[in-house]
Design a protein around this ligand. Structure first.
Ligand SMILES: [Zn+2]
Length: 318
């Protein structure tokens, strides 16, 4: 990337930074009449979402605003992209990608199967991308998959959207002069979550194992677990330094300090809910006790509010 385009990226980012908070998947939960419309409304919001480009290090950029955050590394091997966002933002993603370099899209990695991270798979594949993902991500995209907590059943994805380069634990990519370590978390947000770590640049994309400033969703229907989510948060903290730039699945780019706060928030709420459940309280009684109250102003403004998160935690504790 030229110095000039870096400057343009930065200016664009600064100019629209305030819009990042309105990213598609962060539409407040209370706006939806029921969980089914959460999926539909999120996709619809994708049509009006703004994409911001944030230049990070060594030519790596983050695209913020189309559902899950996207990382891009252009170069002679073709663009490497982490997550494909919503189909409704295709035009804006194409525009953002073109602003970075003329290289074609050649390599796409999915951090997990969720629609806000994979809706763009088919068009990116048709543009020339090979799709890499954990084998469980391929499994969920290949079949009809229901998410109970969204009250929504996703049909099988079109053939072009399904990852063809799958792995089981870890995989290393060597592209555009970078070494990119893909690492499987085990059961966490789903059963197919992987991170992508750009080693030389010290830039990590955590997928949805980290939500910066928002309560996370935990997808129990496809193998997610609360303890796994907290284990993943601990693993993320342990592997970064104060210098690592970290792209979360949702929310602004951040680093170790914010990841520690997130981990501690999850652990504290888990302990509060577990204690109430142990006393024999029902889920409704626990929601009424507002165990997240001290955190809601900061963490509950996305599509997982305090009540929804309390219900998710209740399901996940003994
Ligand atoms: Zn997700």
């Amino acid at each position: 990337m030229s110095v000039q385009s870096l400057d343009i990226s930065r200016r664009r980012f600064v100019a629209s930074a305030g819009l990042a908070a309105t990213a598609v998947c962060l539409v407040p939960h209370r706006l939806f009449g029921d969980e089914e419309s959460l999926v539909l409304a999120s996709r619809k919001a994708g049509e009006t979402a703004n994409i911001t480009v944030q230049a990070l290090r060594r030519n790596i950029s983050a695209l913020i605003g189309s559902g899950g955050n996207i990382a891009v590394l252009p170069g002679d091997d073709g663009k490497l992209i982490i997550d494909s966002g919503f189909l409704g933002t295709r035009g804006k993603i194409v525009e953002a990608l073109s602003s970075l370099s003329p290289d074609p899209v050649k390599h796409l990695v999915n951090t997990h199967w969720h629609f806000d991270h994979t809706d763009g798979n088919e068009w990116m594949h048709s543009a020339g991308a090979t799709i890499t993902a954990h084998e469980n991500t391929r499994k969920h995209l290949s079949t009809s998959t229901r998410v109970e907590d969204w009250n929504f059943t996703f049909p099988p994805s079109p053939a072009g959207a399904i990852p063809t380069d799958v792995f089981n634990a870890d995989k290393t990519l060597h592209l555009n002069g970078a070494t990119v370590a893909l690492k499987y978390y085990g059961s966490s947000h789903t059963d197919g979550d992987v991170s992508a770590y750009f080693i030389q640049a010290d830039v990590l994309h955590t997928g949805d194992t980290w939500w910066n400033g928002y309560y996370p969703f935990i997808d129990y229907s496809t193998g997610g677990s609360l303890d796994g989510m907290i284990r993943a948060a601990e693993a993320n903290v342990a592997r970064v330094t104060d210098k690592t730039v970290v792209i979360p699945g949702h929310g602004p780019v951040g680093g170790k300090a914010e990841m520690i706060e997130y981990r501690d928030t999850l652990a504290t709420i888990r302990d509060r809910v577990a204690a109430l459940k142990k006393e024999g309280k029902s889920v409704n009684e626990i929601v009424a006790a507002k165990p997240t109250a001290t955190y809601d102003a900061k963490w509950g403004t996305g599509f997982v509010n305090g009540e929804f998160f309390t219900k998710l935690v209740y399901k996940g504790v003994g």
